[in-house]
Ligand binder design. Structure first.
Ligand SMILES: [Zn+2]
Length: 184
């Protein structure tokens, strides 16, 4: 499983903001889906029903983006609802890349429409090289150290994705404007 350092690195790569408060908020947002552990560890609810289900779903990303449209404070105007959705989506996708056993703890991305679990063990060998589990003090330290090494490449990948998407959006917009101006 990915820990906060990796999720935060991706979230910070998705923004152009230089506001430290926005960075803190995005760091929090990037790990918000894992607060489902409160239900599992705090309330003792079954992990297979409450972890990596609703809080890691497309539905949750869209719902949070819509909520952000309503409650966004002026101080965090730099954080758009689209960015909120992208940061939450990035959490789910990063978790999918760190899924060793898709049947046991894959991401239920299409909750509540489907209980199909998704995940690919792309980054798993890397994590296994540093330890078998983050659920111990030494395991958490080792995995966090690995994620500090991964933070740069993850940040750069997210930044490249943001620049690529912006470039596509501009291309699409100019293609829409061009025929209209040609008619004049
Ligand atoms: Zn997660």
């Amino acid at each position: 499983m990915a820990l906060p350092v990796a999720h935060t690195a991706v979230a910070l790569g998705l923004t152009r903001s230089r506001d430290p408060l926005a960075w803190v908020f995005l760091g929090f947002l990037s790990i918000l889906p894992d607060f489902d552990f409160i239900l599992v560890w705090g309330l003792g609810l079954p992990i297979d029903i409450y972890h990596r289900t609703f809080s890691h779903s497309l539905f949750f990303c869209v719902a949070m983006a819509l909520l952000w449209m309503v409650i966004r404070p002026a101080r965090l105007k730099a954080i758009s609802p689209l960015l909120v959705a992208m940061v939450l989506l990035s959490h789910s996708f990063l978790d999918m890349l760190c899924t060793a056993d898709v049947l046991d703890h894959g991401v239920v991305f299409f909750w509540p429409l489907s209980d199909y679990t998704m995940g690919w063990p792309t980054l798993v060998p890397l994590y296994l090289f540093f330890g078998s589990s983050p659920f111990s003090f030494s395991g958490a330290i080792r995995f966090t150290f690995l994620e500090m090494l991964l933070a740069g490449p993850l940040w750069l990948s997210a930044r490249s994705l943001r620049i690529g998407l912006l470039w596509c959006a501009r291309l699409f917009r100019s293609a829409e404007i061009a025929p209209a101006s040609q008619q004049e």
